[in-house]
Ligand binder design. Structure first.
Ligand SMILES: [Zn+2]
Length: 339
């Protein structure tokens, strides 16, 4: 999991196994495109004298090197595309010559994609190119990316697995240790009792603090009596109260959003700054206004939460928050210079 891209839920570490396959794919590419050098000639004579490296199987008692090259060949085949010339060597059904898919049947009229394929003309030979590079030439870097592609494509439409979601997390202004904690929470890498129990490391999944429920990540951060105490004494208690009924993923997204909202722009030196926000809870038919005042060192100097019964459109709630903030400033005479 840590070898997946940071934008699909991993940590972006290089996978040596996949890098190795990409390097072997390069050997296969050389044999395919440069058949005359000595090594290519020997391998052809030994293993595929009557066919192509693209179609040959391992054969009888293959060497370790040849089996390794075939492993790289399998990866290379995924990235190859035919450039159609006279069409003599392209197998219409089996070969990859359309940019995005293979033809499965001629039962329906050819799709427009077929008509859009550029062709070289009758006098040119068909040729194979590496589809992952604009130059058409193989590169280990793009082959490595290809090895990860099948795992990089989200297996469901889950928000947690989307690039948009992870870009949001990794581009946050929160400190790196916080972003990595978020990653550990979302990837279930926190060693809570329930996961240790499933791995048969400890005998019980029950929370060792409250002894009431299974210790899941959600329980540890949001539900446990120990967590509630910690929230109560933190400056984020209001945020916790407003969002504690969300699932842990939505809770974290809200927290990151709020953090960035209040931390991207610190007040200029010597100034105090006021920030406003509004939250709407459709299920409870309520909305609330939040106001916070900070100094130029990001110390919170004052705050206000105004819960209101009834629903209003989000833009109206935001406007009400600003209006309330201005009225409150007039009344309190706080030395705020930036809104
Ligand atoms: Zn507990």
């Amino acid at each position: 999991m840590v070898c997946q891209s940071k934008f699909v839920g991993g940590l972006g570490f290089k996978s040596l196994a996949h890098f190795n396959q990409a390097m072997l794919a390069k050997q296969a590419w050389r044999i395919l495109k440069y058949p005359n050098p000595l090594l290519s000639s020997i391998l052809k004579a030994r293993y595929f004298s009557h066919t192509s490296i693209l179609d040959v199987g391992p054969g009888h008692s293959p060497s370790y090197s040849w089996r390794s090259i075939l492993w790289g060949r399998d990866l290379m085949k995924q990235g190859l595309i035919w450039k159609v010339g006279n069409g003599n060597t392209v197998r219409t059904i089996e070969d990859h010559w359309l940019p995005d898919f293979r033809i499965k049947s001629y039962s329906s009229p050819p799709p427009s994609d077929i008509l859009n394929v550029p062709i070289s003309g009758n006098n040119c030979q068909d040729d194979l190119f590496w589809s992952r590079n604009n130059s058409g030439l193989f590169s280990v870097k793009t082959a490595y990316r290809l090895t990860l592609t099948s795992r990089d494509i989200p297996s469901s439409s889950s928000f947690r697995q989307s690039k948009h979601f992870w870009s949001r997390i990794w581009s946050s202004s929160a400190p790196p240790k916080v972003r990595h904690l978020v990653w550990r929470v979302l990837s279930s890498s926190i060693p809570v009792a329930s996961s240790l129990f499933h791995r048969r490391i400890i005998p019980s999944p029950i929370c060792p603090i409250c002894h009431m429920k299974w210790e899941t990540v959600e329980h540890t951060i949001l539900e446990c009596s120990g967590a509630k105490k910690a929230w109560k004494h933190s400056q984020f208690f209001d945020f916790y109260v407003r969002n504690k009924r969300l699932n842990i993923y939505d809770f974290i997204v809200q927290a990151i959003d709020l953090y960035d909202k209040y931390n991207v722009y610190s007040p200029p030196t010597g100034c105090w700054k006021i920030n406003t926000d509004a939250g709407i809870r459709n299920t409870a038919k309520k909305h609330s206004l939040g106001i916070v005042v900070r100094d130029d060192c990001d110390n919170i100097k004052a705050g206000l939460i105004v819960p209101i019964v009834g629903l209003v459109p989000p833009e109206v709630a935001e406007a009400k928050a600003i209006l309330t903030a201005l009225s409150w400033l007039q009344a309190t005479k706080l030395p705020v210079t930036v809104l």
